[in-house]
Design a protein around this ligand. Structure first.
Ligand code: CTP
Ligand code: MG
Length: 398
């Protein structure tokens, strides 16, 4: 048995929408409508693969959109049928041995990955639930027309316990197959699949959906969808991905070594720090703070001290490489701050030089780099002058 397969029926004509091409291609906030629907499934970890169902003529374009927006999950695009039920049936036949299936109208682009996951969770849990559907309680007053021309004289329908059914709808696949089979045998045409499962007497759980999860049916719906998506995109842009990182390193002093700190050489120092590279303990702590913020491991992972290529290597090259990796992942540096613990040498007179060197390697202004130092007041290994310890912090955003 494989994981959850999503079926996205997109094989309608969009007659009520009224455009010459299928409404799922209608431009919506800079991409075709279907692109938004696909992205929600790409971002939903509960879904392993996605199957698109389309008109014969639309198949090449659907394949292309699946590749662009499907997050690598769109494995198949299959031809649909004359109505939605036939299209879904074609999809079910192509979804292999998936134990669970989740069906979602291509025409609902504002669905959230969370809602998809919630419907899937409702049928994955142990229990009698064979199907689950997103639905919202009816809010408007409902009347049933007495005859086609006198609707206002019609009878009020109590709206308590009435729900408007949406998609996504999730199923234990074998019950979905049985429901479609029964519908075919009895000539039943339903407008949704959970309804067919109810017809065979199985439990369908209601999962609270959202009014934002609207189906684009008429042209005016597109403007609503655009407003909803624009607000979400704006909120995402206003809340950047902010990361904090912390690094610590320590190296012992050793005779016969040159002393480097913050990319700057202390030529008058009687001895340097022991290490495989140039042992610039300050830059090592800084690299770790930056890598830690980005969740990219640490300096030992990137530049193993068993690798002869790094023997006596200037650590400023490590920092430049870390920066290149941050760039590749889209991170920008807000600031870095460094505290050196050493009895000697005196850092203050060289701090500006270090800040400039580090700022140049990181592509930021020196004002975004803090370098400061303290002695250890004669206490511990630092206090006895046995080595240098450095703490560093970094803030990234993207
Ligand atoms: N659908 C489908 N196959 C069909 C008919 C509909 O896959 N033969 C899909 C649509 O593409 C849509 C979803 O089912 O994503 C919901 O249907 P609806 O909103 O009715 O879309 P259309 O049928 O395209 O629109 P209309 O009814 O106005 O023609
Ligand atoms: Mg239709």
């Amino acid at each position: 048995m494989t994981g959850v397969c999503a079926l996205i029926p997109a094989a309608g004509r969009g007659a009520r929408f009224g455009s010459p091409e299928n409404k799922v291609f209608a431009p919506l906030l800079g991409r075709p409508l279907l692109g938004w629907t696909l992205e929600a499934f790409a971002r939903c970890d509960a879904v392993e693969r996605v199957l698109l169902i389309g008109n014969e003529t639309d198949l090449p374009r659907l394949r292309e959109l699946g590749g662009t927006y499907g997050g690598g999950k769109v494995r198949d695009v299959v031809a649909g049928g004359a109505d939605r039920q036939a299209s879904v049936l074609a999809g079910v036949a192509a979804c292999g041995d998936a134990e669970h299936v989740v069906i979602h109208d291509a025409a609902r682009p504002c669905v959230s990955p969370e809602l998809v996951a919630q419907t899937v969770a409702a049928v994955s849990a142990f229990g009698p639930t064979c199907a689950a559907t997103a639905a919202i309680p009816v809010a408007d007053t409902l009347v049933r027309e007495d005859d086609a021309n006198t609707m206002l004289a019609g009878t009020n329908v109590p709206r308590e316990r009435l729900w408007a059914v949406q998609t996504p709808q999730a199923f234990r696949t074998r019950y979905l197959v049985a429901a479609h089979e029964a519908a075919r045998m009895h000539g039943v045409r339903g407008t949704d699949d959970a309804g067919l499962v109810r017809r065979i007497g199985r439990v369908v759980q209601l999962v609270p959906g959202s009014p934002e999860n609207l189906k684009v049916t008429h042209p005016a719906d597109l403007a609503l969808a655009e407003a909803i998506l624009a607000r979400r995109e704006g909120a995402a842009a206003a809340a950047p991905d902010v990361r904090i990182g912390y690094g610590y390193d320590v190296h012992p002093f050793a005779d016969g070594r040159r002393l480097f700190l913050g990319g700057v050489e202390f030529r008058d120092a009687p001895r340097g720090l022991l290490g495989h590279s140039d042992a610039d303990v300050l830059l090592h702590a800084l690299c770790d703070a930056l890598l830690g913020a980005a969740g990219m491991g640490d300096i030992g992972d990137l530049f193993p001290n068993t690798d002869p290529a790094h023997k006596d290597r200037p650590s400023i090259e490590f920092l430049r490489e870390v920066k290149a990796r941050l760039d590749a992942e889209g991170y920008r540096i807000a600031n870095v701050d460094i505290t050196v613990l050493a009895e000697a040498p005196k850092i203050g007179p060289r701090a500006a030089e270090m800040k400039n060197t580090i700022a140049a390697a990181l592509g930021v202004t020196p004002g975004r780099v803090g370098v400061k130092a303290t002695t250890n007041e004669g206490m511990g290994f630092v206090g006895r002058g046995e080595g240098v310890a450095v703490h560093a912090a970094a803030l990234l955003f993207r």
